[in-house]
Design a protein around this ligand. Structure first.
Ligand SMILES: Cc1cc2nc3c(=O)[nH]c(=O)nc-3n(C[C@H](O)[C@H](O)[C@H](O)COP(=O)(O)OP(=O)(O)OC[C@H]3O[C@@H](n4cnc5c(N)ncnc54)[C@H](O)[C@@H]3O)c2cc1C
Length: 495
């Protein structure tokens, strides 16, 4: 197994896309499951903490070590099986999302989880339950995980298959490959019904596999993943439309969302059924214009939407979208409707550019990201949007708003120019998170908690529930070695 200790060689493992920085003794690169197990046993013997690293695009410091060793998954990057007939793939955790998408598309298959950043590893997308633009229709990564091999932090291996191992109420047993039974208790808190990625996924009688999805590298090391695939759609309608007035854009999204729900419920033929409804405010458009000069000026908002359909359905569905756009005063003359795969890719780049430009700005100014990842129930979203926007405007700090508005999921990024503004931005951020929780939403809908957001997880769930999460973690990680510092402070594990 390759081990790196040289400072220059391990720098990239000590930071993530949020510019959160850490330190460690060494980075290990196991090349198979046995080496992962050996490494865990070594860490137990030597009393060393392990942080699992994906590709470092996380935005919460979750992969950033604070001492101990890093287990890098880069060398576990193969595809084990791609079953076209039964539509599934078995992969190793270090496979790049973009490589996986290419492979599946070549076989006319479709993997909907679509984080805006495609430069991430599949294992990490499971560990964070990543989602993205298509989550509005297809749900998060969780919906596509059929099986997992996991090396537990006590050095044992479990093989989990969806639909096979369920909790009994809030109690569950992990049966390891060597025949050991680990009996643990799930916290009994209630999770919000919105898109949600904050804290352990826990429900009465749940499928045990779901506990590991979104556990942010704290409960086990994922070494193999079986993913469900769909048939590649015959056609993809994709458009970026511009609105002179923000209210029109928001009304358009609300109606498109409701129509999509209706289509799915009634299985309406040729109905509107968006895969994603992505919003960009005026500040985002201004921010993007230096890279995309074709963005028209004088528009307060834009929406990117996509719908998958058959080739035969395309024209009638497009007509329905145009009717809805006209109703909400979008300007079809300046809007972009994809006519080719190249256009569709450009729209993806456009969406990606706003997130990456924000991160670049933060890194250039050596600041930490102050960006919300909040979702609230649809019925509360418009109030929540204007509440958040008002706070940002009143602060005088530069900001951009974009996000997965189909899921009522808001990314409001404050871009503080100095330390004083950074402190003010943190204060506003907290007010917005509190509001999301008050409106029955979540403080994180997709990025997770990591180390950067644990104080807010504590506020959202309360100390008693954090203690329950810590007890669950201790049950699975009795030596307290894995992903320490993610989700909650270490002190809860020492009680
Ligand atoms: C520009 C930009 C846009 C983004 N857009 C989205 C988006 O639309 N949706 C979204 O959900 N996220 C988004 N993200 C966040 C990020 O891409 C995801 O969280 C992604 O899943 C992280 O993958 P990674 O390989 O970079 O993991 P890392 O950051 O390296 O690690 C993330 C977490 O996974 C754990 N982990 C990694 N591998 C394993 C494993 N094998 N077993 C157990 N734990 C493991 C780590 O310990 C850590 O806790 C975006 C990030 C950027 C920079």
């Amino acid at each position: 197994m390759i081990v790196k200790t040289d400072n220059a060689q391990i720098q990239s493992y000590l930071v993530d896309a949020a510019n959160y920085k850490g330190f460690c003794e060494a980075v290990y690169f196991p090349e198979n499951e046995n080496e992962v197990m050996e490494l865990v046993r070594f860490a137990i013997r030597e009393k060393k903490k392990i942080t699992v690293a994906g590709n470092g695009t996380g935005l919460t410091g979750a992969r950033v070590p604070e001492g101990g060793i890093v287990l890098a998954t880069d060398k576990l990057n193969g595809i084990i099986e791609l079953n076209e007939a039964e539509k599934y793939a078995v992969v190793q955790p270090g496979m790049l999302m973009s490589d996986f998408k290419k492979l599946t598309e070549e076989k006319k298959l479709f993997y909907p989880p679509d984080p805006t950043e495609q430069n991430c590893f599949l294992g990490a997308t499971v560990a964070t339950n990543a989602s993205g633009a298509k989550t509005f229709k297809y749900g998060a990564t969780r919906n596509f995980v059929l099986g997992l091999n996991v090396i537990l932090p006590d050095g044992e291996k479990v093989v989990l298959e969806r639909g096979r191992q369920f909790a009994n109420g809030f109690n569950f047993t992990l049966k390891t490959e060597s025949g050991k039974n680990i009996n643990c208790k799930l916290p009994d808190y209630k999770m919000p019904e919105t898109k949600h990625a904050a804290g352990y996924y826990c429900k009465e009688n749940m499928d045990v596999i779901d506990l590991f999805i979104g556990s942010e590298g704290t409960l086990g090391i994922i070494t193999q993943i079986k993913l469900k695939l769909l048939e590649k759609p015959g056609s993809l309608l994709s458009a970026v439309v511009f609105f002179e007035h923000e209210n029109d854009a928001l009304d358009f999204i609300t109606e498109a969302r409701n129509k999509s729900y209706e289509t799915r419920k009634n299985m309406t033929e040729l109905g509107l059924d968006a895969m994603g409804l992505e919003y960009f405010d005026k500040n985002s458009l201004d921010f993007l214009r230096e890279d995309f000069s074709q963005i028209p000026s004088g528009y307060e908002a834009a929406v990117w939407f996509e719908q998958d359909c058959t080739t035969g359905e395309y024209e009638s569905i497009l007509e329905k979208w145009i009717t809805l756009l006209r109703k909400h005063n979008a300007n079809p003359d300046v809007s972009w409707i994809a006519e080719s795969e190249t256009d569709r890719k450009k729209f993806h780049e456009f969406r990606h550019a706003i997130s990456s430009k924000v991160n670049e700005f933060i890194n250039k100014n050596n600041l930490r990201k102050v960006g919300t990842d909040t979702a609230v129930p649809d019925k509360n979203f418009i109030d929540f949007y204007f509440y958040s926007k008002r706070l940002a405007m009143e602060s005088g700090i530069k900001f951009v708003i974009y996000g997965h508005f189909g899921n009522s999921h808001l990314h409001l990024n404050l871009l503080p120019a100095n330390d004083a503004q950074f402190r003010k931005a943190k204060f506003i951020y907290k007010q917005i998170l509190n509001k999301a929780v008050e409106l029955e939403g979540t403080i994180s809908a997709e990025h997770g908690i990591g180390k950067l957001k644990r104080e807010y997880l504590l506020e959202m769930f309360g100390e008693e529930n954090i203690r329950k999460m810590a007890r669950l973690k201790k049950c699975i990680d009795p030596y307290l070695i894995l992903g320490i510092g993610n989700l909650f402070e270490e002190k809860y594990l020492l009680e």
